[in-house]
Design a protein around this ligand. Sequence first.
Ligand code: ADP
Ligand code: GLC
Length: 499
Amino acid sequence: MSTLRVLFATSEVYPLSKTGGLADVSYSLPRALAAQGVDVRLLIPGYPAVLDQLLLIEVYENILVFPNSTPVRILAGIMPGGVNPVYVIDCPSLYVRDGGPYLDEQGNEWPDNALRFAALSKVAALFGNHVFLFKPHVVHCNDWQTGLAPAYMNYHPSLSRAKSLMSVHNIAYQGVFGLEVAELFGLPPTNMQRVVQLLGLPLESFGVEGLEYHSKLSFLKAGLHYADWLTTVSPTYAKDVQTAAFGYGLQGLLTARQSSLSGILNGIDTEAWDPKTDSHLAKNYSIEHLPAKGENTKALRAKLGLEQSSRKPLLGMITRLTYQKGLDLLVPVIPDIIQAGAQLVLLGSGDKELESRLLQYAKLSPSQISVNLGYNEALAHQIEAGADIFLMPSLFEPCGLNQMYSMRYGTIPIVRRTGGLADTVIDAHPANLEKGIATGFVFEEEDAHQLLECVYQAVTLFRNREIWRTLQINGMSRDFSWQSSAKEYCALYRRLSQS
Ligand code: ADP
Ligand code: GLC
């Protein structure tokens, strides 16, 4: 069989730039694909951290992205440990600035995000239309930031063009923009048709059967409408997004396209997340040396100023502080959790009001609650290893990676049954314990009391060392590597490239 060529277009990739799980997936899935013989190359925007960290950069192409404006260079660089080369869009006016990939230092969206990610989409589409030397069979687009690529590819078909795949990592973020986009081109805000033309798309694309969403332009809707195939990052989420509760307004379109939609479960990077070798840990451990996990708990408590106690389970949580992650369920029951004889360590950043509410709890019980704000890769690993229980009470969760990291680290997850959490964690009810398959605690409803019940159950079982050890071993024995999901992607790419 001939080698499959895939362009993986993404707005973040670990370790160059990361705000969440998309960066982890953008690093580890391409590596797993390459291991299966796919010639996969990344395309990312040239944020300062990307330009600084890539090695051996050379100019690959010079182009204009939009009609009459915005010259950019496409660079090719080397990312140590990743798949190579990595293509980078070098356009300082769009990407070189302090702050994050999507937000400024105050947490506000960059006002020119429409242009920044239309440019990413456009360059992905140029690769897809076989304009450059690397001619992919498939352009794999990820989330709204690359959503216009399938539209561009659709309206500029060349004799041989790639197929487009749109992966939804989170449908809550859609990239919806209005007339303000015209002003970014220095023009008065007249009408949306003009905006679409400025972005290099034809007038007819701006309709309900196209990129229009309630009179605005939706990047994600464009991707979902025009792509040859759609995936979500877990099978359950593929069903969830077809419902009004989880589809965020796009459930109708996804239902209409269900024959071209599949869910492929994310894997994890089993090298970076391996308690046997993780260099961030106080002590490495494995199923065979499980008691050594306790050294990490001690070290974590010491580092964070928590009381040392082997009777109290330590609950961990590492998260973006947003509505999605179910903090509204957790925050009201924090006093009950402490009352039940557990401790809490949280690492996260995001919503400022949530941050200050959490800090207040930590101030009241500094020996039982540790709240750490900001992004901290080392501490994330230390919490995965040091905590006994991991909390993910998400209201929705397209896949979720931390519950898989937790199980691999013998840290028992408590999750809500939604999306990828439902697909990866098996509840510790008696029948599952009996069958030897239970790996965690699962609750059903968006209800703080159900979460608390699970915590009580976990605290009780924690004191039964035998059952607890079985839960740990069940989780640690599961295969969360990319192997089987990367095979599914390969098969999908192959099918698309032959259709
Ligand atoms: P999402 O992408 O929705 O945020 P995931 O569970 O898929 O959720 O992935 C989150 C990733 O980001 C994990 O690798 C997690 O460890 C990491 N992460 C989230 N917040 C922080 C933080 N404050 N510090 C370090 N890592 C974090
Ligand atoms: C998104 C989702 C998360 C998923 C990640 C990687 O950020 O919120 O559930 O694991 O993408 O696919």
